[in-house]
Ligand binder design. Structure first.
Ligand code: KG4
Ligand code: ZN
Length: 372
C-alpha cells in the first residue's frame, strides 16, 4: 500500500465490484482530481434465468453464480475500457448489505486482486452506491434528498457526505418493486412485475378499486406496502367468485388502481419528507430518485409534481445506473478513497449495514434479503 496518499491529488482509475443480490457486475471509472468521474466500462450479468423457477432469489444459487461470473465481469470490463490491471489505483467492492454469500464472493475477489496488485481496497455500502449516483451522473452537491425505490429497497435519506446519511423513513415491510412483482404474480402477468403492471395499467381505470393508502394516517415518513398487496388479492378473489374469472379489463383496472395507490403513498410521504429536509435550509434543494421503480412514469410524474409544488429540484439517474450496477460502487469507492478511507484484508462482508447508524432498524427486509 506504499504511496497511497501520493495518489490523493492525481487522476485515479478504480475498479468496482458488485455482487450483493442477483446481479454480478464490474465497472471501471476514471476521475481527474476534482473533476467529474467518467465510466470507462460497466458490465452487468443478471441471474433472472437462474431464479425464475423459484419465484425469488435463492441465496445459494446467487452466491455460486457470483463466484463463477465475477472474473468474467472483470475481464470484460478491462477489455471494454482498454485499462490494464496494472493501471488500477484501487479496488472498490460492495461489502454489504445484501445476501451474505454473494457479498463474500465479491469481497474475496476484490481482496485477491488488491493483494495481487498491491493496491488499496475500499469496502462500499451498496445503499451508499445507489445514494451517491446523482453525484456521478449530475455532480449534485450535498446535501440532497434521496428516495431509493426498488425491489429490495425503499428509504428516504438525506445525503450529507459520502459516509454521512440521515434516514428519514423507509418501508416497514415490502419494498414497492416487490409489491409490483407480487401484484403481477397474482394477476398472471410476466415478471419483472413493474413493467407489466405499468403496461396493463395504461388501459385501466385507476378509480375502480379503492385500495388503501397504508400509513398515511400516521405521522412520520415510514411506508408500508404489504397491506396493499393483500387488498389486491381480496379484490381479485371477489371478482373470481362473482364472475368465475378475470377479464382483461378487470386486470387492467386492478393494475391501474394498485399503481395509483403506490404513486399516491410515495408522493404524500415524499412531500412530508421534503418538508423535514427543507428544515436544514439546503442552498439548492433537490430530490433524487433511484431504483427500478423510478422507471414508472406515473410514479415519476407524481414525484415531479410534488417537487415542483414545493420548489425542490428533481433528478433521476438513467435507468442503467438506477438499478444494481458496479459503476455506482466504483464511484462510492472513489468518494471514500478521496476522503482517505482504506480497507485491508480484514474487510468483512456484512449482511446488514445501515447507512444511518443512529436510525432504528427497519422491520422489513424486502424479497432480496435484509438491506438495512
Ligand atoms: O433496482 P432494481 O433493478 O433491483 C433491485 O431491486 O435492487 O429494481 C427492480 C424492481 C423490480 O421489483 C421491478 O418490478 C421494479 O423494480 N420495476 C418497476 C418498473 N420497472 C422495474 N416497478 C414499477 N414500474 C416499472 N416500470
Ligand atoms: Zn440495489
Amino acid at each position: 500500500m506504499v504511496g497511497c496518499d501520493l495518489r490523493m491529488g492525481k487522476e485515479l482509475i478504480i475498479l468496482g465490484l458488485e455482487s450483493s443480490c442477483d446481479d454480478t457486475a464490474a465497472a471501471i471509472l476514471r476521475q481527474p482530481d476534482g473533476g467529474p468521474a467518467e465510466i470507462l466500462a460497466s458490465v452487468v450479468h443478471g441471474q433472472n434465468d437462474l431464479h425464475a423457477a423459484f419465484g425469488g432469489v435463492v441465496p445459494e444459487i446467487a452466491a455460486r453464480a457470483h463466484a463463477e461470473k465475477l472474473d468474467i465481469c472483470v475481464e470484460e470490463a478491462l477489455a471494454a475500457s482498454g485499462v490494464a490491471l496494472r493501471d488500477l489505483d484501487a479496488i472498490a467492492v460492495t461489502a454489504g448489505p445484501g445476501l451474505i454469500g454473494g457479498v463474500m464472493s465479491g469481497v474475496m475477489c476484490a481482496k485477491g486482486l488488491a493483494a495481487g496488485l498491491n493496491i488499496p481496497l475500499v469496502g462500499v455500502n451498496h445503499l451508499a452506491g445507489h445514494a451517491l449516483t446523482p453525484r456521478l451522473t449530475d455532480q449534485v452537491a450535498f446535501p440532497y434528498l434521496m428516495l431509493l425505490v426498488s425491489g429490495g429497497h425503499c428509504q428516504f435519506l438525506i445525503a450529507r457526505g459520502p459516509d454521512d446519511f440521515t434516514r428519514l423513513g423507509g418501508t416497514i415491510d415490502d419494498a414497492p418493486g416487490e409489491a409490483f412483482d407480487k401484484t403481477a404474480r397474482l394477476l398472471g402477468l410476466p415478471q419483472p412485475g413493474g413493467p407489466s403492471v405499468e403496461q396493463a395499467a395504461k388501459d385501466g381505470d385507476s378509480a375502480r378499486f379503492a385500495f388503501p393508502r397504508p400509513l398515511l394516517d400516521r405521522p412520520g415518513c415510514d411506508l408500508s406496502f404489504s397491506g396493499l398487496k393483500t387488498a389486491l388479492l381480496r379484490a381479485r378473489d371477489a371478482l373470481v367468485t362473482d364472475q368465475g374469472g378475470l377479464t382483461e379489463q378487470d386486470r387492467n383496472d386492478l393494475c391501474a388502481s394498485f399503481q395509483a395507490a403506490v404513486a399516491d403513498v410515495l408522493a404524500k410521504k415524499t412531500a412530508r419528507t421534503i418538508a423535514a429536509y427543507l428544515e436544514d435550509a439546503p442552498a439548492e434543494p433537490l430530490l433524487a430518485v433511484a431504483g427500478g421503480v423510478a422507471a414508472n412514469q406515473t410514479i415519476r410524474a407524481a414525484l415531479e409534481t410534488v417537487c415542483a409544488q414545493m420548489g425542490v429540484g428533481f433528478t433521476a439517474p438513467p435507468l442503467a445506473l438506477c438499478t444494481d450496477n458496479a459503476a455506482m460502487i466504483a464511484f462510492a469507492g472513489l468518494e471514500r478513497f478521496r476522503g482517505g478511507h482504506r480497507d485491508d484484508m480484514r474487510l468483512a462482508a456484512r449482511p446488514r449495514w445501515p447507512l444511518d447508524k443512529t436510525a432504528p432498524a427497519l422491520l422489513g427486509g424486502g424479497k432480496k434479503g435484509a438491506k438495512a
